[in-house]
Design a binder for this molecule. Structure first.
Ligand code: GYE
Length: 335
């Protein structure tokens, strides 16, 4: 497949050069355009995508964005859902290698433990593109680029909002934290960025912190346990994603407190569910993490396979939204 691609590329380059030369030589004649002779000649690629799972609204939107972008570009997708299990991802990548795909897109569920399988992909000459989550591996020749959000910055944004919101508060502000999947890049980084900012504000205290695995059900369950032990003491919930925040909101209501008022709620992702909760006054803020990077990823794959130099780290642009903007923005949200 790759050989065919290279041969076609060479042909394309030769054709373009010839076209360019003939255009230069004929005064007043036709100018050579960049698509001269190559339209419709694009190589169909086979792309293997090892996705984390279907744990959140964010993930569903991300999967769809990737599927749509690959289809629209005329390529073939081999999709594998790992159900948040590392061993499933390792199996999926091995199967993509056996099927000799042209490129592998990989959203690692956790940061460590993928060296061996990524080395196998490299040895097979198959480029790996990290989507959404990074790996913690020294040898960065094992992947081409990492396209995703800056999770540390998202954690900082969440904390900065809280610093501003509580600037007149007297006494301690007690925070409970719902962490994402243990060992995952967004859970590690969102915690780090948040803690970095609140370190300068000793009255902001994390009194409980536990994983809710990025799901609504787990978010609700863990929040119930937090309420049981600390009930009226909790001032703020910082959830590493909106789904866990939404699960927790249910737990808070069932406990008899008002989410958004008695307990301030901070989420991450900016999914529709968060906008609905904010519009209903039950959630205070969500930090955006944009999952719609399918087209950007396809561009990177095509550019790399065309021999272009691409950045090792490509960031996704994002913002932050508060309760008072929710009603107006809800109809415009794409995920
Ligand atoms: O925030 C969460 C999802 O890796 C950025 O994973 C992603 C995170 C996202 O389950 O909702």
């Amino acid at each position: 497949m790759k050989k065919v691609l290279r041969a076609k590329m060479l042909l394309l380059v030769v054709t373009s050069v010839l076209l360019l030369l003939s255009a230069c030589g004929s005064s007043g004649g036709q100018t050579a355009t960049s698509d001269g002779g190559s339209a419709g000649d694009k190589e169909k690629l086979v792309i293997g995508f090892s996705q984390v799972g279907a744990e959140s609204e964010w993930r569903t939107a991300n999967t769809k964005s990737m599927q749509d972008a690959i289809k629209e570009a005329g390529h073939e997708l081999k999709f594998s859902d790992a159900q948040q299990k590392q061993e499933n991802q390792i199996k999926a990548i091995r199967s993509f290698i056996a099927q000799k795909v042209d490129a592998i897109v990989f959203s690692p569920v956790v940061e460590t433990g993928f060296e061996t399988v990524l080395k196998e992909a490299k040895d097979a000459g198959i480029p790996v593109f990290l989507a959404d989550r990074a790996v913690d591996i020294e040898d960065d020749s094992l992947w081409v680029t990492f396209l995703g959000s800056d999770f540390v910055e998202e954690g900082r944004k969440a904390a900065n909002w809280l610093v501003e919101e509580t600037k007149d508060a007297e006494g301690d502000v007690n925070i409970v934290e719902l962490q994402g999947t243990v060992g995952s890049a967004p859970a590690i980084d969102r915690k780090e960025g948040f803690e970095e900012v609140i370190a300068d504000h000793p009255n902001l205290k994390i009194i409980k912190s536990q994983t809710g695995d990025f799901t609504r059900a787990k978010g609700k369950e863990v929040m119930e346990a937090f309420l049981k032990s600390d009930g009226e003491n909790i001032d703020v919930l910082y959830a590493h994603n909106d789904d866990m925040a939404i699960g927790a909101i249910q737990a808070i209501e069932e406990y008899g407190l008002k989410p958004g008022e008695d307990i301030k709620i901070i989420g991450v992702d900016a999914v529709k569910g968060a906008f609905e909760a904010m519009a209903a006054g039950k959630m205070n803020v969500t930090v955006e993490c944009n999952p719609l990077f399918g087209p950007q990823m396809v561009d990177l794959i095509e550019a790399h396979l065309a021999g272009e130099e691409i950045e090792k780290r490509v960031a996704v642009e994002e913002s932050m939204y508060t309760m008072d903007q929710a009603e107006e923005l809800l109809p415009t949200r794409e995920y």
